[in-house]
Ligand binder design. Structure first.
Ligand SMILES: [Zn+2]
Length: 218
């Protein structure tokens, strides 16, 4: 261990009374996690980020894409938002990089029966009834016999009666109205976590690649 600085996370959690904002709040706030190619893969707590940094599993990242191990990060000017250590303080690691993790996040939701049901909220897209999944199936809006593809924008959740009524026809041909035009959902496991959370300015350089999909959701 290079451990010139020892961190006592319990001490950190209690924190010095005079350090604004309260360290326990800071430790509960969020850190963006990148894989070693700088792609965002996860969001975790600052507390967990500190542990990963201390263990050498992760490095802290600044806005210039420079990375720092624990000792180097502790040596930086902590600024106003800091974490108290046994013998000093360190800047809050808002972005960390996992040094030996190179998997890429899944950019899109996989096209599966389960995910189509989830997107359509177990609701028949023709009669708007919400049903148990055993009473639902998947329907090709444009039937396969007419060249319809098995894709996000041509497959919907349908109840058995609507499915039979529609038969091998399009909604127009069968006179059945489609509730809404199906599309690929914008959510992914990672993006789902990102919604509704504060997005720190330190995250901005690394989130640009997901911003296009976030914009769809607003
Ligand atoms: Zn129906």
């Amino acid at each position: 261990m290079s451990g010139a600085v020892e961190v006592d996370l319990e001490e950190v959690a209690r924190g010095p009374e005079d350090a604004p904002p309260r360290p326990s709040d800071v430790l509960r706030s969020k850190t963006l996690v990148l894989n070693r190619s700088f792609l965002p893969i996860h969001i975790t707590s600052v507390r967990r980020a500190c542990v990963l940094l201390y263990q050498g599993v992760a490095r802290a990242v600044d806005s210039e894409y420079q990375t720092f191990d624990f000792a180097a990060w502790c040596a930086r000017d902590p600024g106003p938002e800091r974490i108290g250590l046994v013998n000093g303080s360190m800047p809050v690691p808002r972005v960390i990089l996992l040094v030996s993790y190179d998997r890429v996040p899944r950019r899109h939701v996989r096209f599966t029966r389960h995910n189509v049901y989830a997107r359509d909220r177990d609701t028949c897209q023709y009669c708007a009834r919400r049903l148990p999944r055993s009473e639902l199936n998947l329907d090709h809006v444009v039937p396969r016999s007419q060249g319809g593809q098995s894709t996000w924008d041509n497959v919907v959740c349908s109840c058995h009666p609507c499915n039979r009524r529609k038969g091998g026809r399009t909604p127009e041909q069968s006179g059945i109205r489609l509730l809404r035009k199906p599309t690929r959902p914008a959510w992914t496991p990672f993006l789902g976590d990102a919604f509704g959370q504060t997005r720190y300015h330190e995250w901005r350089p690394f989130l640009s690649f997901v911003d296009a999909s976030l914009r769809d959701v607003g």
